[in-house]
Design a protein around this ligand. Structure first.
Ligand SMILES: O=C(O)c1ccccc1NCC(=O)[C@H](O)[C@H](O)COP(=O)(O)O
Length: 220
């Protein structure tokens, strides 16, 4: 059985980076969307990423950004992976990834009328558009772009696509074990479920979240 990877998203403080790394996070997300309460500048993010050991992936989140701005962030931070969280087309993602020479994941924000087939089709389109595409991150559709702490209907995640997706949207130490047991996603991603306030992580919630993922992944 594969170990479910864990991404902790929306980090803004050194101590939270350290806690997440010590607790065993596989990836850390930094939000470069200026309207977000979790926004960090490229300069701040590069300071935070300096605390990260090898083999932990640094992920940059962008929402409808300019390719030149993304390239500038990549140059300053040397981040490993791009996450496109807005309305970016397959062609645009392919161009941005090639321009920065970075792989990317694309977010699908699940709506009440989304079907299981929509997810498969969306994934196919992005995969065919670029060799830099590394998979879908599923989040819940809301008026804002992300980090809203809302769960979507997990029954839309078919057995076919489940093991390839990064599951997010309203996960917490309380519900993540159920998600891992039910869907066996490649990875889970959390932001608000491990926070004390927006952008301020809670060390005990991070540790409890990662413990819950690991326990759910153990063979019975
Ligand atoms: O965190 C934000 O403020 C944010 C702003 C704009 C786009 C994406 C954003 N965050 C995305 C995430 O933190 C995660 O990828 C994911 O949506 C998990 O969010 P949550 O439901 O809070 O755990």
């Amino acid at each position: 059985m594969n170990r479910t990877r864990v991404k902790i998203c929306g980090l803004t403080r050194r101590e939270d980076v350290q806690t997440a790394v010590d607790a065993g996070a596989d990836a850390l997300g930094f939000v470069f969307y200026p309207a977000s309460p979790r926004y960090v500048s490229a300069h701040k993010a590069s300071e935070l990423m300096a605390e990260m050991p090898p083999f932990v992936t640094s992920v940059g989140l962008f929402v409808n950004a300019d390719i030149d701005d993304i390239a500038a962030v990549v140059e300053t931070t040397h981040l490993s992976l791009l996450q496109f969280h807005g309305d970016e087309s397959p062609e645009w993602c392919a161009e941005a990834a090639a321009a920065t020479n970075r792989p990317f994941i694309r977010v699908f924000r699940v709506k009440p009328d989304t079907t299981a087939d929509d997810l498969l089709q969306y994934e196919r389109i992005y995969r065919n558009a670029s060799p830099y595409f590394k998979g879908l991150l599923l989040d819940t559709w809301t008026d804002a772009y992300g980090g809203a702490g809302k769960v979507f209907n997990w029954s839309l995640v078919s057995k076919e696509i489940g093991p390839r997706v990064v599951l997010s949207g309203g996960l917490s130490a309380q519900n993540v074990a159920g998600a891992v047991s039910e869907l066996r996603p490649f990875a889970v991603d959390v932001s608000s479920g491990v926070e004390a306030a927006k952008g301020i992580k809670d060390a005990e919630k991070i540790r409890a979240f990662i413990r819950a993922v690991r326990q759910a992944g153990e063979p019975i």
